[in-house]
Design a protein around this ligand. Structure first.
Ligand code: GLP
Length: 260
């Protein structure tokens, strides 16, 4: 793991954008894994600036998003479809045919702890096959939940998991309720790439900022590898870059940190 600590959110976002832009310039048809949430917004803003001012070309880039809420239509302002188009895709020259975001609408679902609805299962398998069809993800962007989740792989998720439906924890629903009118409106389920799916990306960048991420970052970087902190699995990744602001890094004790 390479841990880079930057002064603040802005510097963290720009550092990540520099790496993403470099990878796109080296491989114009880069397969880019994307995340939602507040954390990558600065990265997207900087990539949009690079597109406008420096001609960064997304025309051949292929994207795969990590996750989507179940039950929110794409036009819902809290769906991850809406988020991605509003905050990133509509501002760059991406080919809409190259954009992949998990589907969240399946109609009525039979959800039991023992079996997955066949519609969902077939869809999740299809999503995994699409990733393979494009040769796998070259670079995956990740945020981290305050509980250590990556995408919607909540604590306890199998470290080998693939794309599937996950029940969201109360903690995650509470954290994300700030974007909804009330917690009752926060979906209970999500479709998410699995930890196994994420681990197959050739390179991973995890971003975290702010004090409320400091414990999760410490557990991910310095703690034992455990399903109770899904991000800790990145310790097993061959090419994981963790970019933090000073607040998110404030609980790290390791001496292998690069301050830039
Ligand atoms: C969300 C997303 C994750 C994201 C995390 C942190 O629920 N599913 O992909 O990394 O929680 O979100 P934020 O960046 O808003 O803190």
């Amino acid at each position: 793991m390479l841990v880079i600590v930057k002064e603040d959110y802005d510097a963290m976002s720009k550092e990540a954008a520099k790496i993403v832009a470099d990878r796109i310039r080296r491989k114009p048809n880069l397969v880019l894994g994307l995340a939602t949430g507040s954390t990558p917004l600065g990265l997207y803003k900087e990539l949009i600036r690079m597109h406008r001012e420096e001609g960064l070309d997304f025309s051949k880039v292929v994207t795969f998003n990590l996750d989507e809420y179940v039950g929110l239509p794409p036009e819902h302002d809290q769906s991850y479809h809406y988020f991605m188009w509003e905050n990133f895709f509509k501002h760059i020259n991406i080919n809409p045919a190259n954009v992949h975001i998990p589907q969240g609408m399946f109609g009525d679902l039979k959800i039991s702890p023992y079996e997955t609805d066949p519609k969902v299962e077939a869809y999740c398998q299809w999503y995994e096959e699409q990733i393979k069809k494009f040769g796998g993800i070259d670079l995956q962007i990740l945020g981290i939940g305050a509980n250590g989740h990556i995408a919607f792989n909540e604590p306890g998720s199998s470290l080998g998991s693939r794309t599937r439906i996950k029940t969201l924890t109360e903690k995650t629903r509470q954290d994300n309720s700030r974007f909804f009118k009330s917690i009752d409106e926060v979906p209970k389920y999500a479709i998410t790439m699995g930890i196994g799916t994420i681990m197959e990306a050739k390179e991973v960048i995890l971003l975290a900022n702010g004090e409320n991420k400091a414990d999760a970052v410490k557990a991910a970087v310095e703690g034992p590898i455990t399903a109770m902190c899904p991000a800790s699995m990145l310790q097993m990744h061959r090419k994981a870059i963790i970019i933090l602001d000073k607040k998110a890094a404030s609980k790290l004790s390791a001496e292998f940190i690069y301050y830039g």
